[in-house]
Design a protein around this ligand. Structure first.
Ligand SMILES: [Ca+2]
Length: 69
């Protein structure tokens, strides 16, 4: 993992792409339980990994938004 954390970059490859969307989805259904990924997937910082974070990442990856926040 990179030391520079990027919102939405759940796998730490310094890019936000479809792999991060898949990872976020896995976090939501608790397939994985990686605390660092959970922090990065909690886009709105409400302490939970929820579908809204997944939607934000997916919208960014699909080009619907040019930022993640
Ligand atoms: Ca990534």
């Amino acid at each position: 993992m990179s030391t520079d954390l990027i919102a939405g970059d759940l796998n730490g490859d310094e890019r936000v792409d479809s792999f991060d969307v898949v990872l976020c989805r896995q976090e939501i259904v608790n397939v994985q339980n990686d605390s660092e990924v959970n922090v990065l997937a909690d886009i709105d910082k409400n302490g939970k990994v929820q579908v809204n974070g997944l939607v934000l990442i997916a919208d960014f990856v699909l080009g619907k938004k040019n930022y993640i926040s």
